[in-house]
Design a protein around this ligand. Sequence first.
Ligand code: SF4
Length: 433
Amino acid sequence: MKNSVAEQNKSDVYVSRSNWPPYTYRDYPCINPETYKSFMEFLSTENTSKKLMELQPWISICDSRCAFCYFPTTAASKAQIEPYLDTLKKELEMYAKTKYVETSVFDEIVLGGGTPSILTAEQMIDLISFCKKRFTTNDEYFIKVTGSSKSFDTKKIVKLAEYGVYQLDMGAQTFDNKLRKLLCLPDPAENVEQAIKIARKLGICVCVDLMYNLPGQTIESWISTLKKAIELDVEIDCYSLEVYPGTVLEKQIRSGLIPPLGDAEYEKQLYLVAYRLLTDAGYKAVGHDRFSRVEWHFKESCLNGWPWAGQLTTGAGCFMGYFQRFSYSNFEDINEYMAAVNAGRLPISRLSESTTEDMMRKVMTRLYLRLPVSKQEFMQKFGKLPEDVFAPQLQRLKEKRLIEIDDTEIRITKLGDIWKGNIAWEFAPKPKN
Ligand code: SF4
């Protein structure tokens, strides 16, 4: 079984892997008065989806800038933390008062960003407590905090553990110090290890981001990073590095200061190395890029409920908010964000309202999330089967052995796992000429 992916993969079905699906924030149109009105009307209705939601207050502030980062964050030196936190609570409160949110239940509170760990433990706990007070949580719910090993000091981790934080998400990226320097990561690998060890000792689940296909990264370096993560007993989000225009990394590569990324074949090999190493070590591939052994990661509602559940994302620069057919991102500039909230408006800058056709296509992107598409649910929502709407795409993918279809569902195959981004794009609308 172990070699079957490599065997199947000898004849590639696509030229290169797509690491992102369609319908991400990159495609959202700018908000206009009609879509804002429509969204506000939607928020005044009851949530009848019966799906649990995720609540994400973002602290889009960082104390250093990673070379590859394209997120719209504010430098800690330029941010006024307390006024920002007050504004964030105001925005959360605006949502909390709507009928849709009043009738919603959340099973995750996630401090995202940015680097929420730049806050004091007291500030983080105060924000989470506010969320717990103003939103309805499920009997079983989880608190996650994102951050960097540089600002997750021992005292902070202990306080968060005592408060009941379940998971710390850390952008470790690599344990290779040479590559850490090149990516301008703020501290050496030894610091990351230390923070992880403290959290694990206190029983906190740790999930680290690791990136592959870094400039000059050898297979040996990648394997050694993966082995270190396994040894540290953490869950892992594996991302392929994407170089965005305007980032420090892009400029350095363009000027020849550092080598370019590996080609599509090398990138795929690095992915396959991770897949084999981690699945052999007992991890299961789940969601868009995660390898985990944690039961709850397989059940998370905002993932499993896609696209019918919801993610209430708040804060400057947040871009992953969705409520069923609505997806949105907020103002990136912290001052613009604060001005909008303080003027009593939701600080949304881009808002997309999906048509029924878009929703059908979005349901098919469940395959990208390694989730099955239930024929029964599709029929309930749209009065048709996926085969009635996407016959040519399904036939093509089946012939390529990328998906399996039975009487109840459509799911990706083991070979399809490599190409799940490409699979999702098969269901995207054709670009207009
Ligand atoms: S910590 Fe995250 S958000 Fe902040 S600069 Fe690095 S990658 Fe960007």
